[in-house]
Design a protein around this ligand. Structure first.
Ligand SMILES: O=C(O)CCC(=O)C(=O)O
Length: 287
Protein backbone atom coordinates (compact mmCIF):
# COMPACT_ATOMS: atom_id res chain seq x y z
CA UNK A 1 0.00 0.00 0.00
CA UNK A 2 1.30 3.41 -0.95
CA UNK A 3 1.23 5.69 2.10
CA UNK A 4 2.79 9.15 1.96
CA UNK A 5 4.86 10.53 4.82
CA UNK A 6 4.64 14.21 5.90
CA UNK A 7 8.24 14.60 4.62
CA UNK A 8 7.23 13.39 1.14
CA UNK A 9 4.27 15.77 1.05
CA UNK A 10 6.50 18.68 2.13
CA UNK A 11 9.12 17.75 -0.49
CA UNK A 12 6.42 17.61 -3.16
CA UNK A 13 5.07 21.05 -2.24
CA UNK A 14 8.56 22.54 -2.13
CA UNK A 15 10.22 20.85 -5.13
CA UNK A 16 7.29 19.80 -7.35
CA UNK A 17 8.25 16.12 -7.07
CA UNK A 18 9.65 13.54 -4.71
CA UNK A 19 11.41 10.20 -5.11
CA UNK A 20 10.47 6.77 -3.69
CA UNK A 21 12.98 4.01 -3.00
CA UNK A 22 10.28 1.44 -3.78
CA UNK A 23 6.79 1.55 -5.27
CA UNK A 24 6.41 -1.98 -6.70
CA UNK A 25 8.04 -5.25 -5.58
CA UNK A 26 10.41 -7.32 -7.72
CA UNK A 27 7.87 -9.93 -8.92
CA UNK A 28 5.56 -7.10 -10.10
CA UNK A 29 8.45 -5.34 -11.87
CA UNK A 30 9.29 -8.63 -13.63
CA UNK A 31 5.68 -9.15 -14.75
CA UNK A 32 5.53 -5.57 -16.01
CA UNK A 33 8.73 -6.09 -18.02
CA UNK A 34 7.12 -9.14 -19.65
CA UNK A 35 4.05 -7.02 -20.46
CA UNK A 36 6.36 -4.41 -22.06
CA UNK A 37 7.85 -7.17 -24.27
CA UNK A 38 4.34 -8.24 -25.35
CA UNK A 39 3.11 -4.70 -26.08
CA UNK A 40 6.09 -3.68 -28.21
CA UNK A 41 5.76 -6.98 -30.13
CA UNK A 42 2.16 -5.97 -30.89
CA UNK A 43 0.59 -8.64 -28.67
CA UNK A 44 -2.45 -7.00 -27.10
CA UNK A 45 -3.76 -9.43 -24.49
CA UNK A 46 -7.32 -8.03 -24.33
CA UNK A 47 -7.56 -7.62 -28.10
CA UNK A 48 -7.82 -3.82 -27.72
CA UNK A 49 -5.18 -1.57 -29.31
CA UNK A 50 -3.64 1.03 -26.94
CA UNK A 51 -4.58 4.66 -27.70
CA UNK A 52 -1.06 5.57 -28.89
CA UNK A 53 1.42 3.05 -30.30
CA UNK A 54 4.58 5.02 -31.09
CA UNK A 55 6.97 2.10 -31.46
CA UNK A 56 6.75 -1.55 -32.58
CA UNK A 57 9.37 -4.27 -33.03
CA UNK A 58 10.53 -4.40 -36.65
CA UNK A 59 9.38 -0.90 -37.62
CA UNK A 60 10.33 1.38 -34.69
CA UNK A 61 13.41 3.66 -34.89
CA UNK A 62 16.03 1.94 -32.65
CA UNK A 63 17.48 5.31 -31.57
CA UNK A 64 14.18 6.49 -30.05
CA UNK A 65 12.47 5.68 -26.78
CA UNK A 66 9.72 3.11 -27.33
CA UNK A 67 6.38 4.49 -26.22
CA UNK A 68 2.83 3.18 -25.90
CA UNK A 69 0.03 5.12 -24.17
CA UNK A 70 -2.88 3.46 -22.43
CA UNK A 71 -1.35 0.04 -22.37
CA UNK A 72 -3.90 -0.64 -19.60
CA UNK A 73 -6.62 -1.18 -22.21
CA UNK A 74 -4.50 -3.76 -24.04
CA UNK A 75 -2.85 -5.62 -21.17
CA UNK A 76 -4.24 -6.38 -17.71
CA UNK A 77 -0.78 -6.65 -16.15
CA UNK A 78 -0.25 -2.96 -16.92
CA UNK A 79 -3.81 -2.23 -15.74
CA UNK A 80 -3.19 -4.01 -12.41
CA UNK A 81 -0.54 -1.43 -11.53
CA UNK A 82 -1.72 1.84 -13.07
CA UNK A 83 -5.31 1.43 -11.81
CA UNK A 84 -4.33 0.80 -8.17
CA UNK A 85 -6.72 2.34 -5.66
CA UNK A 86 -3.93 3.28 -3.22
CA UNK A 87 -2.15 5.20 -6.01
CA UNK A 88 -5.38 7.13 -6.61
CA UNK A 89 -5.74 7.91 -2.91
CA UNK A 90 -2.13 9.08 -2.44
CA UNK A 91 -2.30 11.30 -5.54
CA UNK A 92 -5.64 12.86 -4.50
CA UNK A 93 -4.13 13.70 -1.13
CA UNK A 94 -1.14 15.44 -2.74
CA UNK A 95 -3.25 17.34 -5.28
CA UNK A 96 -6.11 18.21 -2.91
CA UNK A 97 -8.65 16.45 -5.16
CA UNK A 98 -11.85 14.68 -4.00
CA UNK A 99 -10.79 11.72 -6.13
CA UNK A 100 -8.47 10.55 -8.90
CA UNK A 101 -8.98 9.13 -12.37
CA UNK A 102 -6.46 7.93 -14.93
CA UNK A 103 -5.99 10.19 -17.95
CA UNK A 104 -3.34 8.04 -19.55
CA UNK A 105 -0.59 5.57 -18.82
CA UNK A 106 2.79 5.70 -20.48
CA UNK A 107 4.84 2.60 -21.29
CA UNK A 108 8.38 3.88 -21.88
CA UNK A 109 11.48 1.89 -22.88
CA UNK A 110 14.67 3.77 -23.57
CA UNK A 111 17.13 1.22 -25.03
CA UNK A 112 20.92 1.50 -24.76
CA UNK A 113 22.18 4.37 -26.99
CA UNK A 114 18.71 5.87 -27.44
CA UNK A 115 18.29 9.62 -27.67
CA UNK A 116 16.79 12.03 -25.10
CA UNK A 117 13.19 12.96 -24.28
CA UNK A 118 12.74 16.73 -24.34
CA UNK A 119 12.02 18.64 -21.13
CA UNK A 120 8.36 19.68 -20.91
CA UNK A 121 5.52 20.54 -18.51
CA UNK A 122 2.76 17.88 -18.76
CA UNK A 123 -0.07 20.28 -17.98
CA UNK A 124 0.87 22.51 -20.97
CA UNK A 125 -0.74 19.85 -23.24
CA UNK A 126 -3.98 19.53 -21.31
CA UNK A 127 -6.19 22.60 -21.79
CA UNK A 128 -8.80 20.28 -23.39
CA UNK A 129 -10.03 19.38 -19.90
CA UNK A 130 -10.44 21.26 -16.61
CA UNK A 131 -8.86 21.31 -14.08
CA UNK A 132 -5.89 20.61 -16.35
CA UNK A 133 -3.54 19.66 -13.55
CA UNK A 134 -1.95 16.26 -14.02
CA UNK A 135 -0.08 14.30 -11.37
CA UNK A 136 2.32 11.60 -12.54
CA UNK A 137 3.57 8.52 -10.75
CA UNK A 138 6.69 7.19 -12.51
CA UNK A 139 7.88 3.63 -11.79
CA UNK A 140 11.39 2.51 -12.77
CA UNK A 141 11.55 -1.06 -14.06
CA UNK A 142 15.38 -1.02 -14.24
CA UNK A 143 18.00 0.39 -11.89
CA UNK A 144 18.43 3.97 -13.09
CA UNK A 145 21.52 6.17 -13.49
CA UNK A 146 22.45 9.53 -14.96
CA UNK A 147 24.53 7.72 -17.59
CA UNK A 148 21.49 5.57 -18.44
CA UNK A 149 19.29 8.59 -19.23
CA UNK A 150 17.06 8.55 -16.16
CA UNK A 151 14.22 11.02 -15.56
CA UNK A 152 15.36 14.49 -14.45
CA UNK A 153 13.39 17.27 -12.74
CA UNK A 154 14.02 21.01 -12.52
CA UNK A 155 13.59 21.51 -8.78
CA UNK A 156 10.82 23.95 -7.81
CA UNK A 157 9.82 24.57 -11.46
CA UNK A 158 6.11 23.85 -10.73
CA UNK A 159 6.08 27.45 -9.47
CA UNK A 160 7.41 28.89 -12.75
CA UNK A 161 5.17 30.43 -15.43
CA UNK A 162 2.82 28.02 -17.20
CA UNK A 163 4.16 27.52 -20.74
CA UNK A 164 2.67 26.39 -24.07
CA UNK A 165 3.61 23.07 -25.75
CA UNK A 166 7.00 23.58 -27.45
CA UNK A 167 9.66 21.46 -29.14
CA UNK A 168 10.03 17.74 -29.85
CA UNK A 169 9.35 15.10 -27.19
CA UNK A 170 11.25 12.28 -28.96
CA UNK A 171 14.98 12.69 -29.61
CA UNK A 172 15.55 16.47 -29.61
CA UNK A 173 19.16 17.67 -30.07
CA UNK A 174 19.11 19.96 -27.03
CA UNK A 175 16.77 18.22 -24.63
CA UNK A 176 16.89 20.91 -21.91
CA UNK A 177 16.43 23.85 -24.28
CA UNK A 178 12.86 24.91 -23.48
CA UNK A 179 13.29 24.34 -19.73
CA UNK A 180 16.44 26.50 -19.75
CA UNK A 181 14.57 29.20 -21.67
CA UNK A 182 11.76 29.08 -19.07
CA UNK A 183 14.32 29.30 -16.23
CA UNK A 184 15.90 32.35 -17.87
CA UNK A 185 12.45 33.97 -18.11
CA UNK A 186 12.08 33.34 -14.36
CA UNK A 187 15.56 34.78 -13.76
CA UNK A 188 16.75 31.57 -12.06
CA UNK A 189 19.55 29.07 -12.62
CA UNK A 190 17.77 25.69 -12.97
CA UNK A 191 18.72 22.99 -10.49
CA UNK A 192 18.32 19.70 -12.35
CA UNK A 193 17.94 16.58 -10.17
CA UNK A 194 18.09 13.04 -11.64
CA UNK A 195 15.93 10.21 -10.27
CA UNK A 196 18.50 7.56 -9.35
CA UNK A 197 16.68 4.55 -7.87
CA UNK A 198 16.78 0.76 -7.94
CA UNK A 199 14.25 -1.19 -10.04
CA UNK A 200 10.82 -0.75 -8.41
CA UNK A 201 11.57 2.78 -7.16
CA UNK A 202 10.23 5.95 -8.75
CA UNK A 203 8.75 9.38 -8.22
CA UNK A 204 5.61 11.51 -8.24
CA UNK A 205 5.64 14.87 -10.01
CA UNK A 206 3.34 17.86 -10.40
CA UNK A 207 1.95 18.65 -13.86
CA UNK A 208 3.79 21.98 -14.08
CA UNK A 209 7.19 20.59 -13.03
CA UNK A 210 9.65 20.69 -15.92
CA UNK A 211 11.10 17.23 -16.61
CA UNK A 212 12.80 15.20 -19.34
CA UNK A 213 15.66 12.75 -19.77
CA UNK A 214 19.02 12.52 -21.55
CA UNK A 215 20.74 9.99 -23.83
CA UNK A 216 21.04 6.44 -22.62
CA UNK A 217 24.84 6.15 -22.64
CA UNK A 218 24.78 2.85 -20.73
CA UNK A 219 24.60 -0.69 -22.10
CA UNK A 220 21.28 -1.32 -20.28
CA UNK A 221 17.68 -0.52 -21.21
CA UNK A 222 15.81 2.01 -19.04
CA UNK A 223 12.14 1.08 -18.78
CA UNK A 224 9.44 3.00 -16.86
CA UNK A 225 5.68 2.73 -16.40
CA UNK A 226 3.88 6.01 -15.69
CA UNK A 227 0.40 6.70 -14.29
CA UNK A 228 -0.75 10.14 -15.45
CA UNK A 229 -3.66 10.99 -13.14
CA UNK A 230 -6.23 13.80 -13.08
CA UNK A 231 -9.07 14.88 -10.80
CA UNK A 232 -12.16 12.68 -10.61
CA UNK A 233 -14.07 15.94 -11.26
CA UNK A 234 -12.28 16.81 -14.53
CA UNK A 235 -14.49 17.71 -17.51
CA UNK A 236 -13.89 18.35 -21.22
CA UNK A 237 -13.47 21.97 -22.40
CA UNK A 238 -15.24 21.93 -25.80
CA UNK A 239 -13.41 24.96 -27.24
CA UNK A 240 -9.98 23.39 -26.56
CA UNK A 241 -10.50 19.86 -27.90
CA UNK A 242 -7.97 20.43 -30.70
CA UNK A 243 -5.18 21.69 -28.39
CA UNK A 244 -2.22 19.76 -26.93
CA UNK A 245 -2.93 16.04 -27.04
CA UNK A 246 -6.68 16.74 -27.15
CA UNK A 247 -7.09 15.44 -30.73
CA UNK A 248 -6.17 11.94 -29.54
CA UNK A 249 -8.20 11.82 -26.32
CA UNK A 250 -11.18 14.03 -27.19
CA UNK A 251 -12.51 11.14 -29.30
CA UNK A 252 -13.83 9.86 -25.97
CA UNK A 253 -15.98 12.95 -25.41
CA UNK A 254 -19.68 12.15 -25.26
CA UNK A 255 -21.81 13.99 -27.80
CA UNK A 256 -24.37 15.04 -25.21
CA UNK A 257 -22.20 16.56 -22.46
CA UNK A 258 -18.69 17.42 -21.22
CA UNK A 259 -18.37 14.56 -18.77
CA UNK A 260 -15.24 12.41 -19.01
CA UNK A 261 -16.66 8.94 -19.55
CA UNK A 262 -15.43 6.57 -16.86
CA UNK A 263 -15.05 3.72 -19.34
CA UNK A 264 -12.18 5.66 -20.91
CA UNK A 265 -10.93 7.66 -17.91
CA UNK A 266 -11.75 5.33 -14.98
CA UNK A 267 -11.94 6.59 -11.40
CA UNK A 268 -9.39 4.87 -9.13
CA UNK A 269 -10.45 6.33 -5.80
CA UNK A 270 -12.76 8.96 -4.32
CA UNK A 271 -13.08 10.24 -0.77
CA UNK A 272 -16.62 8.82 -0.65
CA UNK A 273 -15.35 5.33 -1.43
CA UNK A 274 -16.07 5.01 -5.16
CA UNK A 275 -14.21 3.26 -7.95
CA UNK A 276 -15.51 2.96 -11.52
CA UNK A 277 -17.87 0.02 -11.72
CA UNK A 278 -16.47 -2.93 -13.65
CA UNK A 279 -12.86 -1.94 -12.96
CA UNK A 280 -12.10 -4.61 -10.38
CA UNK A 281 -13.91 -7.24 -12.49
CA UNK A 282 -11.74 -6.19 -15.48
CA UNK A 283 -8.59 -6.58 -13.37
CA UNK A 284 -9.72 -9.91 -11.93
CA UNK A 285 -9.90 -11.68 -15.33
CA UNK A 286 -6.76 -13.77 -15.63
CA UNK A 287 -5.37 -12.58 -12.25
O1 LIG B 1 10.79 8.70 -18.45
C1 LIG B 1 11.02 9.76 -19.06
O2 LIG B 1 12.12 10.00 -19.52
C2 LIG B 1 9.95 10.81 -19.28
C3 LIG B 1 8.73 10.54 -18.49
C4 LIG B 1 7.73 11.64 -18.56
O3 LIG B 1 7.78 12.54 -19.37
C5 LIG B 1 6.64 11.62 -17.58
O4 LIG B 1 6.56 10.69 -16.77
O5 LIG B 1 5.81 12.58 -17.58
Amino acid sequence: MLELSPEQINAFNEDGYFVFDRIVDDPTAERLREAFDRLFRGEFETGVTPDEVNWQEGTGDPTLTRQICNGWRADRTIAGTVLREDFGRAIARLAGWPGTRIMQDNVLWKPASARPLGFHQDSAYLSWFQPSLMMSLWIALDDTSVEGGTLEFARGSHRWLHGEPEGEFHGPKQYKKYMERAAAAEGVEPEVAPVVVAKGGGSIHHGWTWHGSGDNNSIHPRRALVLHAISSEARFVPENLAKGNGPIYSRFKRLADDEMDENYFPILWTEDGRRTSGLDEYLAVGA
